[in-house]
Structure formats: structure tokens, C-alpha cells
Ligand binder design. Structure first.
Ligand SMILES: Nc1ncnc2c1ncn2[C@@H]1O[C@H](COP(=O)(O)OP(=O)(O)OP(=O)(O)O)[C@@H](O)[C@H]1O
Ligand SMILES: [Mg+2]
Length: 231
């Protein structure tokens, strides 16, 4: 299987701080892959390194057969990498409709299809970002990502700060996206969400991959949970 995304031994820095120390991971066509680890492990930095917001100083990022580690982020995004950022990145003074129409690129997802996936957003099209609940903001952030016509969706901690009932809705959406064939790299701290629809898992600690395997294998490895996930 040729991977859709291949991250090869990347080293990423913030100034002098050597954060990612040789991280490698892959996402295959149609796969949902989870990237787990404690606070500060380097999960967001890995996502930022993939989309070239914080380019790695060493190593390679190959997407759809093409090295992208020298491309500016907007070019990486146009190749089909869509980021749903940690913290959601919703603008308080734009409406739901404005967020969605600004993001739209011709691709597999129409506005109507996205609103079918998130019926609540259809009811809230005229609401401003700062009038939305946390769950609505997360749904909007994912909806916006889909309208960017992704070939790979990068989801950074979608459950953060959400009530358990809303986390279940996010999990259901991930399941439907997977069923639609969209590959996802999912960063999570919520283990049950992370593993619900996941094919494979990478666990990061201090900027290095310390576990790589199937979701079921991770369930059975309690020492990995305790040491690296804090659960
Ligand atoms: N802009 C930055 N400048 C300097 N150091 C940073 C910056 N962003 C993150 N770091 C540091 O890099 C390391 C990895 O951070 P990162 O945000 O990738 O972790 P994370 O796994 O996403 O954590 P969290 O679960 O809290 O989101 C941490 O030690 C963090 O303090
Ligand atoms: Mg993070």
C-alpha cells in the first residue's frame, strides 16, 4: 500500500527548542489514524509540521507522492490537507454561513451535504461565532474543513472542552466521514473517542513515537496507557 501521507524522521524546533526528535508516521488511503500523547508531547507540532506552519528542519513529509516539506502552508492546503485546529479557530464576528462560504472550494462536499451532516448548523446559519456553544463551534470547524475539499483531514483535539454527549456526536461524525472514505489523522486525549473509529495509533512522548500499532493492541497495553497517556 502506498501511503497517502508519509512523515519521515522529522525534526522540528521552536527557536532553539528541539521539539520533534525524529517522528515518523503514515496514513494510508481511507485510514483513520490516531495520534495520542500527554499535554506537550508534540501532537500539535506534528500537525503543524505536516501542514508546513512550522516546517521541520530535517526529515521529509510526502503527501500523495509529493515532497511538501518546502512548500508554504497555503500550497500544502491546496494539495488537499485540511486542518481543523486545536481551539477551533472560529471568528466571533462572522456568521456560520460566512465561515462556510469563505472556506468553500469545489470538491466532494457541497454546502448542502455538509449541512446534512451537521443539521444543527443549518438552524444556526445566521448566528455569529461568539453566539455558538463549544459543540456548535467544533461542528462548524469540522464543516469548514470539509468544504476545503480535503484528501486528508487533520483533526487536532476535537473533543477538548466538550460535554460527553457532544463528544459522542463528534465520534459519530468521524465514523460517517470514515464511511465516506475520507482519511483522517486524529489528535486526541480522549482515549475512547480516539479509538472508536481508528485503524492504527501512534503514541508520542517528548517528541518521539513510543508506541505504534493497532487500536486493539493499545487497549491491551496498560503500561502504555499509564506511562504515556495518563489513563
Ligand atoms: N510556539 C511555541 N513556541 C515555543 N514552544 C512551543 C510552542 N508551541 C509549543 N511549544 C512547546 O513544544 C512542546 C510540544 O507542544 P505541542 O503543542 O506540540 O504539544 P501537544 O502534544 O499538542 O500538547 P496539548 O495536548 O497540550 O495540545 C511543548 O513543550 C510546548 O511547550
Ligand atoms: Mg496540542
Amino acid at each position: 500500500m502506498t501511503p497517502l501521507l508519509s512523515v519521515e524522521a522529522i525534526h522540528t524546533y521552536y527557536g532553539a527548542s528541539h521539539v520533534l526528535q525524529g517522528v515518523s508516521l503514515q496514513v494510508g488511503p481511507g485510514e483513520v489514524v490516531a495520534l495520542l500523547g500527554r499535554n506537550g508531547a508534540g501532537k500539535t507540532t506534528t500537525i503543524r509540521s505536516i501542514i508546513q506552519l512550522t516546517p521541520p528542519r530535517q526529515g521529509r513529509v510526502v503527501f500523495a507522492g509529493r515532497p511538501i516539506e518546502r512548500l508554504p502552508p497555503h500550497r500544502a492546503s491546496r494539495l488537499g490537507l485540511a486542518l481543523v485546529p486545536q481551539g477551533r479557530g472560529i471568528f466571533s464576528d462572522l456568521t456560520v454561513r460566512e465561515h462556510l462560504t469563505l472556506a468553500f472550494r469545489p470538491g466532494p462536499w457541497s454546502l448542502d451535504q455538509v449541512l446534512d451532516l451537521f443539521p444543527r448548523l443549518r438552524e444556526r446559519l445566521g448566528a455569529y461565532g461568539n453566539q455558538l456553544s463549544g459543540g456548535e463551534q467544533q461542528m462548524l470547524a469540522i464543516a469548514r474543513g470539509l468544504l476545503l475539499a480535503p484528501r486528508l483531514l487533520l483533526l487536532d483535539e476535537p473533543s477538548e472542552g466538550l460535554a460527553p454527549r457532544v463528544v459522542e456526536q463528534v465520534a459519530a461524525v468521524i465514523g460517517r466521514l470514515k464511511a465516506a472514505g475520507l482519511p483522517i489523522l486524529l489528535v486526541e486525549q480522549n482515549l475512547s473517542l480516539a479509538l472508536a473509529h481508528t485503524d492504527r495509533v501512534y503514541v508520542l512522548s517528548k517528541g518521539q513515537v513510543v508506541f505504534e500499532g493497532g487500536a486493539r493492541e493499545l487497549w491491551s497495553r496498560s503500561e502504555v496507557h499509564q506511562r504515556y497517556l495518563g489513563v
